[in-house]
Design a protein around this ligand. Structure first.
Ligand SMILES: [Zn+2]
Length: 252
């Protein structure tokens, strides 16, 4: 029951992630106006805006002009549903879970925007960070577990500091947007325990290096090309949840 609810919640928040991915890079409000078809401009009615279901019922086309609606929308929705489920399975239903789920959402939106436009908007990392921090402050107040908040703070500081240092030393190999996203993800990694920051960066840079070497071997990338790093940070963040599950959950 709990897991089904988390899956459903993920699909619904996936719909919100689509709004963020679509509007935040353009600097448009995420609350108004209501979504409309990018082709014919007709506002999308509530019944045609149900996550996943509407896309399937409309067979991926606008009701009015029949222009195809990108498969990215249902993919993001089902993707975040699966990610929420994954977090619930690895982290368990603890006080930390809501904040982890918020981080899942912010990270997915950031990774998608970074893939598309090679940047991570400040508006996303700022409000995402506020959302994640609020969830963890609430969790720590509810459980009286103050140490958890302290770990989260350390996570945010190291999460920002390490990539910031690399950004400064590498002069553009990594951007400030990456460091800010890493701060937000670090808040959540810190909750799992400070040592998981080590696994987080190990996995993130591991994935990034593997991908980079793979692309160079395939000659799709030269040494000078830059990679969008947000997706690797996000992959590192998701993987560290599994690492935590394997190493700590039984003893926590
Ligand atoms: Zn249309």
């Amino acid at each position: 029951m709990g897991f089904a609810l988390v899956l459903l919640l993920g699909v619904v928040f996936g719909s919100f992630a689509n709004v963020i991915i679509h509007r935040v890079p353009a600097g448009v409000s995420i609350s108004t106006p209501r979504s409309s078809c990018p082709n014919c401009g007709v506002q999308i009615a509530a019944k045609d805006n149900v996550p996943l279901i509407s896309w399937i019922l409309l067979r991926g086309k606008c009701r009015f002009c029949a222009v195809p609606i990108s498969i990215r929308y249902p993919l993001v929705e089902i993707g975040l549903g699966a990610i929420f489920l994954f977090s619930a399975l690895t982290i368990g239903f603890s006080a930390a879970l809501p904040g982890i789920l918020v981080t899942d959402l912010v990270g997915l939106a950031a990774a998608a925007i970074d893939l598309e436009s090679r940047r991570i908007p400040n508006r996303l990392t700022l409000w995402g960070g506020v959302g994640v921090a609020t969830a963890f402050v609430a969790a720590s107040l509810l459980t009286g577990h103050v140490l958890m908040l302290y770990y989260s703070f350390i996570g945010g500081a190291i999460g920002f500091g390490f990539p910031f240092l690399i950004a400064v030393l590498s002069r553009g190999g990594m951007g400030m947007g990456d460091a800010k996203l890493s701060l937000v993800l670090g808040l959540a990694v810190g909750i799992l325990g400070p040592k998981y920051l080590f696994y987080f960066f190990l996995l993130t840079f591991g994935f990034g290096s593997l991908f980079g070497v793979g692309m160079m071997v395939a000659r799709k990338l030269s040494r000078k090309d830059s990679l969008a790093f947000g997706p690797f940070l996000y992959a590192g963040f998701l993987s560290v949840q599994l690492v935590w599950h394997l190493l700590a959950s039984g003893r926590a």
